[in-house]
Design a protein around this ligand. Structure first.
Ligand code: HEM
Length: 416
């Protein structure tokens, strides 16, 4: 099969596609297992088996600088971003951003973070998370209104990750704003204004985190930040730059996707009242519902990789070294080759084979925490809401990579 050239098949910058990407994916996936976007140059991989394999393929990497200089690797006409000093702060952050690293740096950093981010520390969040959810639900009941994002999902994920790391309560709303600005850099085609805002946000975030580390060095606490400062694996410790980037990554990854997943799930139930009743009756447990929510409408739609070696092929299409590929989670999760009736939202499926947490060496480090938060949230909502009533005023997040809602008003639980 030859490379696809139809330029209008898929435009991730089109707001209509961001609003409903799934019908576009279906057309793209059937016609092109791999499709090169003329706008971004990204080769999008659309089918489950190919995306699953690509995540584990050693010829692909999140970075290339462990093997090549930019001059050796990137087309001369595409070199400008590597020479551009306007985004130097962002580059400094990415130098030790785990998601953007490859072995051996990635292996070392991930082991040290895993040592501090233990299953016990996650399980310890169960009670505080439940307490917070119930308190927020009670407030909504008394107030008579509930914005799922602002009143519940955001406070939940932000509080849990900030408590785990040790970020003071007063600073959290600013962290939320900075985080939104930083992650907008990961859209497929960010504008200069977006990139500038992201770089400024990284600058402030870095200063903030450095101060927090200095503070914790003086007064250690029982938190992940102190754990990261102290963590050792075979005598290795994290440098300050590594701790700063890691804390920033955890603070952003620790709420962005979880909040969007919660909102996408509530919206899905609003459109599928029978499934809500299945959850309420216990016909399907919240654990299984969470997996279907993640499959059906994933909060992260794609991730990018570099092709590091010649010979990387998808369904007979060779993708040249130096190219970027887009691993399409949203499209792969709806692939009829993998899932029967893939567009149907069925919480009893209990399928954990979706690609929403990625795969290979970068598989989501926070997946157990995200699953715990979502399970507790849906369990609690199922107890108090006889139906999910979607109210006017819902606002989808702009952009394509992060799929979720800015606001999602729903009917509040009634005073009994
Ligand atoms: C529903 C919620 C979440 C989803 C869908 C999600 C999804 C993902 C995906 C797809 C990746 C792989 C990125 C890649 O391959 O380039 C990833 C990596 C990662 N996630 Fe999550 N995530 C979620 C929640 C969380 C939470 C709560 C945390 C932190 C507490 C977290 C921390 C991380 C970290 C640190 C990585 C990088 C791992 C590595 O590079 O080795 N995530 N996540």
């Amino acid at each position: 099969m030859s490379e696809a050239v139809a330029p209008l098949l898929f435009d991730p910058t089109d707001p209509a596609v961001a609003l409903d990407p799934y019908s576009t994916y279906a057309r793209l996936r059937e016609a092109h297992p791999v499709w090169r976007s003329p706008a971004s140059g990204i080769w999008f991989i659309t089918r489950h088996a190919d995306t699953h394999a690509a995540w584990r393929d050693k010829r692909l990497g999140s970075d290339f600088s462990h093997r090549y200089t930019a001059e050796e690797f990137v087309n001369p006409e595409d070199l400008q971003p590597w020479r551009d000093e306007r985004y130097a702060d962002f580059k400094a952050f990415e130098r030790w951003d785990m998601i953007a690293l490859e072995p051996p740096d990635h292996t070392k950093l991930r082991r040290l973070v895993t040592a501090a981010f233990t299953p016990r520390s996650i399980e310890a969040q169960r009670e505080p998370a439940s307490t917070l959810i119930n308190a927020r639900i009670n407030e909504a009941r008394e107030r008579g209104s509930l914005d799922l994002v602002r009143d519940l999902a955001e406070p939940l994920s932000l509080t849990i990750i900030c408590d785990l790391i040790g970020v003071p309560a007063a600073d959290r709303m600013r962290i939320l704003e900075l985080s939104h600005d930083v992650v907008s850099m990961y859209e497929p085609v960010p504008s200069d204004a977006t990139k500038n805002r992201a770089n400024e946000a990284v600058k402030e975030f870095t200063r903030y985190t450095a101060d927090l580390i200095a503070e914790r060095r003086k007064r250690p606490a029982d938190d992940l930040l102190t754990g990261l400062i102290d963590a050792t694996v075979e005598g290795d410790r994290l440098s300050d730059e590594q701790v700063i980037s890691t804390v920033m990554v955890l603070l952003m990854a620790g709420h962005e996707a979880s909040v969007n997943a919660a909102a996408n799930g509530v919206a899905a139930f609003g459109q599928h009242p029978d499934e809500w009743q299945a959850l309420r009756s216990g016909a399907a447990p919240a654990k299984s519902a969470v997996e279907e929510i993640l499959r059906w409408d994933p909060p992260l739609q794609f991730f990018q990789r570099w092709v590091l070696d010649e010979g990387f092929e998808v369904q007979g299409v060779e993708i040249p070294r130096g190219s970027k590929v887009g691993l399409m989670i949203g499209s792969s999760n709806r692939d009829p080759r993998k899932y029967a009736d893939p567009d149907a939202f069925r919480i009893a499926r209990g399928e954990t084979s979706h690609l929403s947490f990625g795969g290979g060496i970068h598989f989501c480090l926070g997946a157990p925490l995200a699953r715990l938060e979502l399970e507790l949230l849906f369990d609690a909502l199922a107890k108090v809401l006889p139906s999910i009533d979607l109210l006017p005023g819902a606002v989808r997040r702009p952009g394509f990579q992060f799929r979720g809602f800015v606001n999602l008003p729903i009917g509040a639980p009634r005073v009994s």
